[in-house]
Design a binder for this molecule. Sequence first.
Ligand SMILES: C[S@@+](CC[C@H](N)C(=O)[O-])C[C@H]1O[C@@H](n2cnc3c(N)ncnc32)[C@H](O)[C@@H]1O
Length: 254
Amino acid sequence: MGIWVNHVLSNNKKSWDKVAHHFNGVDALPSYGPFAQTEDELHLLDDLQQKIVLDIGYGSGHSLKYMRDIKGVSELWGVDLSTEQKRAAEKTLMGYNPKLYNAAMEEDIGLPKTYFDCVYSIYALGWTTDLTSTLQLIYSYLKPGGTFVFSWDHPLYAHIKSEAGILTLDGNYQNEGTQSFERFKGEDAPMVIHTRKLSTFINELIYAGFVIERVVESEVGERFDGEDAPITDRYYSLNKARKFPSTLIIKARK
Ligand SMILES: C[S@@+](CC[C@H](N)C(=O)[O-])C[C@H]1O[C@@H](n2cnc3c(N)ncnc32)[C@H](O)[C@@H]1O
């Protein structure tokens, strides 16, 4: 890895350690993302009874807990950059005997190849500094026929700004690159994140060898049926999600 990437990863790690406590049980299965349909509505996961899964960016471990409690998975594995998230996940998964690694998803840390029935990632994949090698690694971890399911902010969502409930295009969707911000979750936690177009996610999956089975641009989940959507200019809001998909979800197969 280059010097710049190491610098980004080590700074992002420090910041994730700081903000980890904001993410306890947030963005975890069965949820795929803010206001989006859940797994109960979308049915993207195969039958995973007694199967082996790997969570990319496991956060507080609640998606892995869902995989064991609800899907009956036999082996729980995960990779996450943040040491604090690992601590949180160990608590969530006490007694579940998970194999949790504290590492960057874009790094080959020697996880077994051709071993997993399902690799998945809930709101974490977009943090990678290298989408090409991350997807190649994920492909290598899967058994033939295994699935990769991920959710992430819809790539255009970050460019849709709300002002008094009116949505406009902010910035430049054409410019892929990095975006730096000094504060995250109201804390002094500088982060660098890559911006990528929808086609980049799709093309990189194809390039890694995946067959894409389903692309979901989220709609508002059933749990919000009939709920009032007050006008607010928050980044995630029911009002915005009713007009524009908050979340991109893709299911692909090896
Ligand atoms: C929104 S949280 C994910 C929530 C989690 N998937 C769940 O189910 O509860 C994003 C996670 O990505 C992790 N992360 C950020 N950059 C990463 C990287 N390069 N490699 C691995 N994990 C990363 C963060 O530490 C954080 O735990």
